[in-house]
Design a protein around this ligand. Structure first.
Ligand SMILES: C[S@@+](CC[C@H](N)C(=O)[O-])C[C@H]1O[C@@H](n2cnc3c(N)ncnc32)[C@H](O)[C@@H]1O
Length: 337
């Protein structure tokens, strides 16, 4: 069993089945054995890229970095900020964006470190941050929503039906479930509760006095939940998507699609203004259209130019329709408030 698995099994032995959010948190972020922590300590355990478990858009450099930098420049002009313009990247991973965002005052932050200016104007950039947040799992059967816990049986982690869902998340689950069962005759519906999303958004946007927050991720709107009657939890290992998120804790990535309607709701609660949700293709087209992608595709020789065109193609056609982009804006508080 994996080291994170041993800890979780002991915890279950001592106190009974645990919440899925606890399982996901330990599997990904246990200080020693969590997937995103272990990766930084053990050579060869890097989750990103060819040798790892998955690619993100960030690995498609330099085109992705150049286009995001172009977008930041557009926003800098829009805000009329000729001077200090900060770009804070939350969930910066391997830090591949540094080369492109260093032209601004760039601050990469991840769970193991990074600093953020106390108050700043500029951009907060999050690529695949919100899909990595621990969620709660819920199963709805015959009209009853129950929390799904994680038990341990015969050396394997297993789902265990827990208590009926109650409290503020119940209406959230009922609403999503109704959208699935009104159209499909599902015997049971699984869904996730994004319990940490609002507090993370609140803490990352707190030091921003004026500017934009860009969240890029895979996800769904409330209307699209119909596509996911079995929920969206997914594990990734060696470039394979796996349904069993309880396997090998600490050694495979666990994600949940981002509920963008809820993210928009949280943004409004925090006083942020949202723009219409875009696909990654739409966002990158708007970043590249001012010069017809000339800067993004600039290269000194034909072989490099061809490689860049392939990267742009992968971004637009490979990831472009799967990934969504939510732009949130923090405006200056009106005088006297
Ligand atoms: C899927 S990876 C994406 C990394 C990078 N943005 C990229 O596109 O390659 C998610 C990253 O978010 C980080 N992360 C998760 N929760 C975080 C938090 N609360 N604060 C900062 N980073 C966090 C993880 O450690 C991980 O590096």
């Amino acid at each position: 069993m994996t080291p994170a698995g041993q800890l979780l099994a002991a915890e279950i032995e001592a106190q009974g089945p645990i919440l899925f959010s606890r399982f996901m948190d330990a599997a990904l972020y246990h200080p020693e054995h969590g997937y995103y922590r272990r990766a930084r300590r053990q050579q060869g355990a890097d989750p990103f890229g060819r040798q790892g478990d998955f690619y993100t858009a960030t690995q498609l450099q330099p085109v992705f970095g150049r286009l995001i930098a172009a977008l930041c420049t557009q926003w800098q002009r829009q805000l009329g900020l000729a001077g200090a313009f900060h770009v804070v990247e939350w969930g910066a991973g391997r830090g591949e964006m540094a080369e492109f965002l260093n032209a601004f005052h760039y601050y990469p932050v991840d769970i193991d470190g990074g600093t953020v200016p106390a108050a700043f104007e500029g951009v907060i950039f999050c690529n695949e941050l919100f899909d990595a947040l621990p969620v709660e799992a819920v199963r709805v059967r015959q009209g009853e929503a129950r929390v799904m816990r994680v038990g341990h049986h015969d050396g394997r982690f297993v789902w265990v039906e827990g208590e009926p869902l109650s409290g503020p998340w119940l209406p959230y689950a009922v609403n999503l479930c109704a959208r699935v069962t009104d159209i499909r005759e599902e015997e049971e519906v699984w869904l996730e509760l994004p319990i940490g999303l609002e507090s993370l958004l609140a803490s990352i946007t707190q030091p921003l006095s004026r500017g934009f927050v860009l969240a890029i991720d895979y996800g769904y709107t409330e209307r699209e939940i119909i596509r996911f009657p079995r929920g969206t939890l997914m594990a990734y290992r060696r470039h394979q998507a796996l349904d069993d998120v309880l396997l090998n804790p600490g050694e495979q990535d666990i994600t949940a699609h981002v509920p963008f309607t809820h993210l928009e709701h949280c943004a409004h609660e925090l006083g942020l203004h949202t723009r219409p949700l875009l696909t990654l293709t739409q966002l990158l087209m708007s970043a590249g259209e001012t010069d017809q992608f000339a800067a993004a595709l600039h290269a000194d020789d034909e072989a490099s130019a061809q490689r860049l065109r392939m990267q742009l193609k992968s971004l637009l056609f490979g990831l472009g329709e799967t990934f969504r982009c939510l732009v949130m804006e923090k405006r200056e508080a009106p005088e006297g408030s």
